[in-house]
Design a protein around this ligand. Structure first.
Ligand code: SF4
Length: 236
């Protein structure tokens, strides 16, 4: 699997897909990428070192993802992330985190601030429609107020291309995301091993009526495929 890439257009940054102990939530109905995990800390560290060794610091920005939350990375991998940030002059570091771990975020910010690194935390919200999010997607965010969701986080992911979504609902989700977060990442649902299927008609509506307004917005990433950031696909 490709575990290192460079994003050159919006918010240019390097990105690494690391492997952790596994998502502690694992209940999102659309997700199978939490399967990229191992209980073997030594094996994870070896794999993660290989990915992190490719970081050059060319933009001073690094995104670390691990098919779960940052706190599911082993301690030695986190130490390695710290070392690489210092060695390669990383000043902005992005991690992902589930709502359930939000109380662990302040300590992470303090830890990296001590190294002169600003941490940005991304949460997968998928939609601000709580009924859909919790009833259909089982996301595990038990509050409705977007401001409350955003309180500990800097960026959010949205998931579009699902049956029941409309131009209005998708537009509203992006606008809400931009009102409460620094950046929004729109992921379009792709076929995977879960029973949740992409809805081609909804994807078409997104491409025709929503995407054009945000293609040049530096605060909005749009991933038509979940490998569009360059990681997660098979090695060539
Ligand atoms: S929190 Fe993220 S990794 Fe875990 S099941 Fe949900 S989408 Fe998948």
């Amino acid at each position: 699997m490709v575990r290192y890439s460079v994003i050159t257009d919006k918010n240019p940054r390097e990105i690494v897909l690391l492997r952790g102990f596994g998502c502690a939530w694992k209940k999102c109905t659309f997700c199978d990428y939490h399967l990229d995990c191992s209980p073997d800390a030594a094996a994870n560290l070896a794999l993660n070192r290989t990915a992190l060794a490719q970081v050059t610091g060319q933009y001073g920005r690094l995104e670390v993802i691990n098919s779960g939350s940052f706190c599911e990375l082993d301690a030695d991998t986190m130490a390695e992330v710290e070392r690489v940030c210092q060695a390669q002059g990383i000043h902005d570091l992005h991690f992902e985190c589930h709502w359930m771990h939000r109380r662990e975020i302040p300590a992470l910010r303090v830890r990296f601030a001590g190294l002169g690194v600003r941490v940005h935390i991304k949460i997968g919200v998928e939609t601000f429609d709580r009924t859909y999010r919790e009833g259909v997607l089982h996301k595990g965010i038990g509050v409705s107020d977007p401001a409350e969701i955003a309180a500990d986080f800097d960026e959010c992911c949205l998931l579009f291309g699902l049956s029941g979504q409309t131009a209005d609902s998708m537009r509203r989700d992006i606008q809400t995301g931009l009102a409460h977060f620094d950046r929004v990442c729109v992921n379009i649902m792709v076929e995977n091993t879960t029973p949740v299927k992409p809805d081609p008609a909804v994807i078409q509506i997104f491409c025709r009526e929503i995407a054009p307004a945000y293609l040049d917005d530096p605060r909005v990433d749009i991933l038509m495929e979940n490998t569009d950031f360059g990681v997660g696909g098979a090695e060539q």
